[in-house]
Design a protein. Structure first.
Length: 329
């Protein structure tokens, strides 16, 4: 049933994508704000309380709902799976930025492309040269594909196998969103934030994302240039501040033969300042430079799309084989 739930959710998401700023997204923002306001008094142990209520609370509720529905009807349980996956998994939740930036670059409107990238990542991209602009778009798109598709996919399968249905999808997306929201609030809005809560949310999501990140990197290696992807994984993963991000991007760079990273890496982590120009913390990473490969060009955007879709097909085929084996067994 997991295979059909993921397939139907992806199809629904392609046919009728969620609009930007939809009611569910606004409700999640409201929930994170409410938990932070009502459970965070600034003390050390409050950070754990807020994170558990914010992230684990909705996951447990969805898991309990699924168990109750499944007790009465497998068809209703499948519908719950599809509905939750529709809101948590899919390309169209971020791909409009990728598509619009690509269209702007194709017509030579670099200014509009920079504006869209700034709007997407909430950082200043106004001074980025075209090559760096392409590099950032590629890196952000790869990470967004991982966090909106492959990471959700993994945790959905894990907890669904344990009988909790889409609770894993909610766990992953809430963990990712909570960490991103509190970092955004501190960095971009200049709003006071419990530093312990921000740090805890990063550590918890890093733990949640540990296995999915490595599976995504493995998938990129399998469907791309395997040898170069593995070499890049080993050699260049430390170019980025956070290991999970570095592994994904280094593997993708090797798989595509692209030059990623460098002196102006993307503002993908909460450790960034308000501009893309500040560069990577070389003292923290112990690395410098970029991955081996060709400088990003406009045509590479299509290569990135192909790499991601081949990875989706790979994991869907594996899930289909597991489902078939389960049915025959």
């Amino acid at each position: 049933m997991n295979f059909f739930a993921v397939l139907l959710a992806l199809l629904c998401e392609q046919l009728k994508p969620l609009r930007h700023g939809n009611a569910v997204h606004e409700a999640v923002i409201g929930w994170v704000r409410w938990t932070g306001r009502n459970f965070d008094a600034g003390r050390e142990h409050h950070a754990g309380v807020v994170w558990c209520v914010t992230v684990l609370g909705p996951s447990l509720v969805i898991g309990a709902l699924y168990v109750g529905v499944r007790h009465f009807s497998l068809v209703l349980a499948l519908l719950v799976d599809v509905l939750i996956l529709y809101f948590t998994l899919g390309f169209r939740q971020f791909s409009h930025y990728f598509t619009d930036i690509r269209a702007a670059l194709e017509r030579g409107d670099d200014l509009e492309a920079r504006r869209l990238l700034s709007e997407w990542r909430h950082l200043d991209a106004s001074e980025l040269p075209r090559t760096e602009l392409l590099r950032h778009v590629i890196e952000h798109s790869l990470l967004a594909a991982h966090r909106h598709v492959f990471g959700v996919f993994f945790w959905f399968i894990v907890l669904s196998t344990l009988g909790l249905g889409p609770a894993g999808a909610v766990l992953y997306r809430m963990g990712e969103f909570a960490g991103r929201y509190w970092a955004f609030k501190s960095r971009t809005l200049d709003a006071p934030t419990n530093e312990r809560l921000m740090q805890l949310s990063r550590r918890m999501f890093s733990a949640i994302d540990y296995v999915p990140a490595r599976l995504t990197a493995t998938g990129f290696a399998i469907v791309g240039n395997f040898e170069e992807a593995v070499n890049g994984w080993r050699r260049d993963g430390s170019l980025w501040l956070h290991p999970n991000e570095g592994i994904i991007l280094a593997s993708a760079a090797g798989a595509l033969g692209l030059q990623l990273g460098g002196a102006a890496p993307p503002g993908v982590t909460p450790d960034r300042s308000k501009t893309f120009e500040s560069g990577v913390d070389l003292d923290a990473t112990g690395a410098e430079g970029s991955t081996a490969g060709a400088e990003p060009m406009l045509g590479h955007l299509q290569s990135v799309v192909g790499l991601v879709w081949r990875s989706v097909v790979l994991w869907m085929l594996l899930l289909a084989l597991l489902t078939l084996a389960n049915l025959l067994g």
